[in-house]
Design a protein around this ligand. Structure first.
Ligand code: GUN
Ligand code: ZN
Length: 465
């Protein structure tokens, strides 16, 4: 294999910025070249005119007129909801789970159905350009086998784990296991699939997470056992994934129900080993650099500070928060806490597979926040949420997320389809170069649809359905 060079307009965030530093890290190279070595790593990202002679023999892929962006990272998406997007008749979170989602996820008990869904799920991910993802898994091990198998076949990255439930309403019965099986099946999935492709967690595309659905789906015994299991396997690079502070309907919503149920001071405490009444310590913490908690719409400052302190990341899912009426994550306050924030579709709580649609709804939600809380997000911040912030949330920032030299080349080629091509070509642009650059990136991120995602690469390899 020889090196490959891709021509196009490059956008990425160089270095290791936080979200507030993203503006200064934004790189735009209108006539750019991206060189990928035969090991799938980036050898050069810069001006086409400055392409070093040593790359003269590289195979050329000419995408000029198009754009090269880092692959999108979806830090929260539900595999067993592949066919459950736009479910009607559920209302807000807890009713929607009971009426729409638990019955949908129960259909994955059928191995043939689950395999078809794994094929479809993988196809949708490729179409959306989501090269890496934290995937909330099915309760059924055969479904997870199909998911990991299809992901491996396609060459995408994944972190996933079976959704763990040890209690719940009647409609969740097929998804619920005994306490013993909850641990046994989770341990078996780690042993079977964690770094199964290369045998080395630092080079693998496949990783496993421990995934308690949310505190209301498990018991104090499950949380204690999962804490023990995580303590045992966290040095192997295993992840943790769950939901936090999504629905705060007074009295009957998720947040109040959880706090009443566990008699804890804060929802986060239940994942932090402090799940006994009065937030007394009952086991080991599930928080850390490889933990992602979805939503975090209604966090207290203390919860945000604890997540920042432990390196836990937030998966911000505004499309879902609109669909399920969950409210708006306070942007300024959440950013100010220092916690890492990334983007998640939460499909099928969200009804979009595309991370750019999540970034677009983030923009619309946060500009609508009341008074001084309202912000007009900078397109570099949006790009951060969808790319580098996601790589950081997955604790794989050293491997992908931007086009720094030596990183694994995960990228999408955006060839603007009609509705996007027009504005990109004809819209008014500022005389000032940086603002004109920002305007173009904003149009791009707001306007990308599946029809504009022409090619998808992971570690330099083209990924096709
Ligand atoms: N909380 C617990 N389970 C779920 C789920 O499937 N989707 C969302 N959005 N929130 C949850
Ligand atoms: Zn979710």
């Amino acid at each position: 294999m020889t090196a490959h060079v891709h021509f196009g307009h490059i956008f990425h965030l160089a270095g290791r910025p936080t979200v507030t530093e993203a503006i200064d890290a934004l790189v735009s190279i209108p006539d750019g070249a991206l060189v990928v070595g035969d090991d799938g790593k980036i050898l050069f990202a810069g001006e086409r005119a400055q392409l070093p002679d040593r790359h003269a023999s590289a195979t050329v892929h000419d995408h000029r007129g198009g754009y090269l962006l880092p692959g999108f990272v979806d830090t929260h998406i539900h595999f067993p909801q592949t066919y459950a997007g736009d479910s009607y008749g559920g209302g807000q979170l807890l009713e929607w789970l009971t009426l729409c989602i638990f019955p949908s996820e129960s259909k994955f008990a059928d191995p043939e159905f689950a395999t078809r869904a794994a094929v479809e799920f993988t196809r949708r991910r490729i179409a959306a350009g989501s090269t890496a993802a934290m995937v909330f898994g099915s309760a059924f091990p055969h479904a997870q086998d199909a998911l990991f198998g299809q992901t491996l076949k396609a060459g995408l990255r994944i972190v996933s784990g079976r959704g763990i439930q040890t209690r719940g309403p009647e409609s969740a019965r097929p998804l619920i296991t005994s306490e013993q099986d909850a641990i046994r099946l989770t341990r078996a999935e780690i042993d079977k699939w964690h770094a199964a492709d290369t045998g080395d967690v630092d080079t693998a595309l496949l990783h496993v997470a421990i995934v308690p659905r949310f505190s209301l789906s498990v018991t104090t015994e499950t949380l204690r056992n999962l804490g023990e299991l995580y303590h045992e396997v966290r040095d192997r690079g295993v992840y943790v994934h769950s939901h936090l502070n999504e629905n705060n309907r007074p009295g009957t919503g998720e947040v109040d129900t959880t706090k009443q149920d566990y008699q804890v001071d804060s929802y986060l405490d239940t994942y932090d080993g402090k799940f006994l009444p009065g937030s007394a310590v009952g086991g080991k913490s599930l928080l850390g650099r490889r933990t992602i908690l979805a939503h975090c719409v209604h966090c207290t400052d203390a919860e945000l500070a604890r997540m920042a302190e432990t390196g836990t990341s937030i998966s911000h899912c505004p499309v879902s928060q609109l669909f399920l009426g969950s409210g708006t994550m306070p942007w300024k306050r959440t950013v100010a806490s220092g916690v890492n924030i990334a983007a998640g579709t939460d499909f099928g709580g969200g009804d979009e597979w595309l991370i750019p649609r999540v970034l677009g709804d983030a923009f619309k939600q946060h500009i609508t926040e009341p008074g001084d809380d309202g912000v007009s997000m900078h397109p570099a911040e949006m790009l951060f949420l969808g790319t580098l912030g996601g790589a950081r949330a997955l604790d794989m920032e050293d491997r992908f997320g931007n086009f720094d030299l030596g990183k694994e080349a995960d990228f999408v080629v955006v060839r603007p389809a009609d509705a996007l091509a027009g504005p990109l070509r004809n819209a008014v642009r500022a005389d000032e170069a940086d603002l004109a650059r920002d305007q173009t990136l904003f149009t791009l991120l707001m306007g990308i649809r599946e029809s504009s995602i022409a090619e998808v690469y992971v570690r330099g390899n083209r990924v096709t359905a």
